[in-house]
Design a protein around this ligand. Structure first.
Ligand code: ZN
Length: 584
């Protein structure tokens, strides 16, 4: 029997959530927790765990704390969950029901501070009606707000929190609409930027550099420098020729997010354009004439196209890193001749001074040498078998390590449970009061919770390293001989798939690369990813057994700067070495 049940103390967990946007009406996470804790105290409930999603919208169920709550519910770490009101679980009634049903199935009791949790069919219907009504209210308010905003824009009223660069904003006052006025200093900068691109042939990068030299900073930026995307967005804004647009784009959930995160606070972080006839426009004071504006717009899109067209296929993109541990990326077209993997730190810190001084490494050499070694390994059954023998020994050692770990933790858990038993017996014999019992037992319970999670982790590791399902010798021979046959005739796309599949990480400088592989022997190599650089590694390929880790290093030939643009040798190749002619 569970010792805690004997004492009659009910162990519960609490869940709290507030969204960033609605803190005014919902209060902060702290105020919510205060209410919940007070409720628990009065009802003699013992809180052993608090799950908080601070700053999370209730429109999604994918929230970190809610996820671990649902996970823990299954392992029965507590038997009741206390929540301020059903809205904390989810905004949508159907989502609330989903989570509540799931918890009830796991045998968890759900309690709310503001409403009683439905216990019979009638109450459940009442609860549903209440939830649907709240949902309807919210939709109504949202729609009313949207229509009101639309009407105001139609009347020529400008509503923004941040005006466009080049303008100042005067919000609504008495009966006068909010409006834009030209901000003289910023408007001067805007005119300069348009002039540089339209008449001086500058690129966006050139403009960024020039602004930096002149000490002109954007309004808001952590680094205090202009970014190419901000600048491009600004330069395309038709407000400068007298028309400010609203509703020209719509927020959507990104298809190919740059970062693959499990939890996203902002779901709709990407924007797509709306059809032009749905836009709403308001007249604003003009800063730029039509000709200059259109000229710049054409030049910007021209720049963009030339860059995309000339991109060189880099074999190692997405897998290669600098020794400073930032990514290395294939350098731009640079007149189509010079291919380097350059450290991103340099790109990211532009136009400020770069912190990492590592030079770009020769992409042609790196691509060829890495491919040569990798295909050499994949085509040699001897090398693959030797690595598997080595790996098996290694996992045997790991297995022993985690097994020992699990034994030690298990022993400590047993001792703590004995201790709790002793306290319970003493309480039963009237040695001390219930308050004293809680004082003694609570810290032990907390320690137990953390030990149990350690034990789970150790057991999971054990399962991981326990898997010795390496491919058989026959499978390896077959794979290696097949690979040898096809490897000579692979095109770039196929090589790229194999690299993405086999290589985990390459770290290096100009002279040396360290390559970490995780080889998977598959009769046909396939790697599909949505990401533009193949960074997404979540795709599972049907495999013939455990992946084989493989590490190797490659020395790169010394760089040859003779023909690089800007190198003196390029112009003085035929000039005799003057040093020898120096007088003694
Ligand atoms: Zn670097």
């Amino acid at each position: 029997m569970n010792p805690i049940e004997q004492t009659g103390i009910k162990n519960i967990a609490v869940y709290a959530r507030v969204s960033t946007a609605n803190q005014e009406e919902e209060g902060t996470i702290e105020t919510q927790l205060v209410e919940v804790r007070e409720f628990a105290r009065k009802a003699a409930l013992n809180i052993i765990r608090e799950y908080c999603d601070d700053g999370w919208s209730g429109d999604t169920l994918v929230r970190p704390a809610l996820d671990s709550l649902r996970q823990d519910a299954r392992s029965k770490m507590w038997d009741t969950i206390l929540i301020y009101d059903p809205d904390r679980l989810a905004r949508r009634y159907s989502y609330q029901e989903l989570v509540m049903d799931e918890l009830k199935e796991a045998g968890i009791d759900i309690k709310f501070v503001t409403v009683t949790s439905p216990s019979n069919p009638e109450e459940k219907i009442l609860h549903g009606v209440r939830g649907l009504f709240a949902e309807y209210e919210r939709a109504k308010i949202k729609e009313r707000f949207r229509l009101g905003k639309q009407r105001k824009i139609k009347e020529g009223h400008i509503m923004v929190s941040q005006p466009l660069y080049g303008y100042s904003y005067t919000p609504k006052k008495d009966k006068v609409h909010g409006f834009y006025e030209i901000n003289p200093e910023e408007a001067r900068v805007v005119k300069m930027m348009f002039d540089w691109i339209a008449n001086k042939g500058m690129t966006i990068r050139g403009v960024i550099k020039k602004l930096q030299e002149k000490g002109i900073k954007p309004r808001k930026s952590k680094r205090g420098v202009w970014s190419a995307s901000t600048l491009t967005t600004i330069l395309r804004n038709e407000a400068f020729i007298g028309k400010a647009h609203w509703r020209s784009s719509i927020a959507v959930i990104p298809k190919n997010p740059l970062k693959k995160e499990r939890y996203r606070k902002t779901q709709k972080s990407s924007r797509i354009a709306r059809p032009r006839d749905e836009w709403m426009s308001v007249d604003v004071p003009r800063i730029i004439d039509d000709d200059t504006f259109n000229d710049v717009r054409t030049k910007l899109s021209l720049n963009k196209n030339t860059q995309i067209g000339a991109r060189h296929p880099y074999l190692l993109t997405g897998r290669i890193f600098c020794v400073c541990l930032k990514r290395r990326v294939g350098s731009g077209p640079q007149r189509g001749r010079y291919k380097y993997y350059v450290c991103c730190e340099k790109v990211a810190s532009f136009p400020l001074l770069k912190k990492c001084n590592e030079k770009g490494l020769n992409a042609i050499h790196a691509d060829n040498l890495v491919w040569e070694r990798l295909s050499g390994i994949l085509g040699s059954s001897d090398l693959l078998k030797a690595q598997i023998t080595h790996e098996s020994k290694e996992s045997e050692m790991n297995r022993k390590y985690f097994k020992d770990d699990a034994t030690v933790i298990g022993e400590e858990i047993r001792k703590l449970n004995e201790q709790i038993d002793r306290y319970n017996r003493a309480y039963g014999e009237g040695v001390f009061s219930i308050e004293q019992l809680r004082e003694y037992v609570d810290p032990i319970r907390n320690r137990l919770v953390s030990l149990e999670s350690d034990l789970r982790a150790a057991n999971n590791h054990l399962l991981d390293v326990g898997e010795t399902n390496f491919p058989s010798d026959e499978a390896i021979d077959l794979f290696a001989s097949n690979f040898k046959k096809i490897s000579k005739n692979l095109n770039f796309e196929q090589k790229r798939e194999i690299v993405l599949n086999a290589v985990e990480k390459i770290v290096g400088n100009q002279s040396r690369l360290e390559i970490a592989c995780n080889l998977i022997l598959n009769q046909h190599v396939g790697y599909r990813t949505n990401h533009r650089n193949g960074w997404d590694n979540t795709q599972k390929v049907e495999n013939l057994g455990k992946r084989i880790p493989f590490h190797f290093t490659i020395e790169l030939p010394p760089p040859d700067y003779r023909n690089r643009p800007g190198s003196l040798n390029r112009f003085r190749r035929d000039v005799p070495n003057k040093l020898t002619a120096f007088p003694k």
